[in-house]
Ligand binder design. Structure first.
Ligand SMILES: [Zn+2]
Length: 80
């Protein structure tokens, strides 16, 4: 797993357990919210704002290939 910033996003060379590269169609970004914020969002009827981190996950082997806490990524992928 690698840490992703907006500087290295286009040059990531990480692969998951089943061998897919970071730019493969199997790898998709996913917004991660802390569970406590998730329930808070349900209860109060809003999404809780920005996620805590963005994870790039393989949809076949569920490996987390990369993770980003870059504020621009949090904003860009917050509904992923
Ligand atoms: Zn995989």
């Amino acid at each position: 797993m690698v840490t992703i910033t907006k500087e290295n996003l286009s040059t990531i060379e990480a692969t998951c357990s089943c061998g897919h590269a970071f730019d493969s169609v199997w790898i998709s970004p996913r917004a991660y919210h802390k569970p406590v914020k998730f329930w808070y969002g349900i209860f109060w009827g809003h999404s809780g704002g920005k996620p805590d981190k963005i994870e790039w996950v393989c949809r076949r082997c569920h490996d987390v290939v990369g993770v980003s806490t870059d504020p621009e990524h949090l904003l860009h992928y917050r509904h992923a």
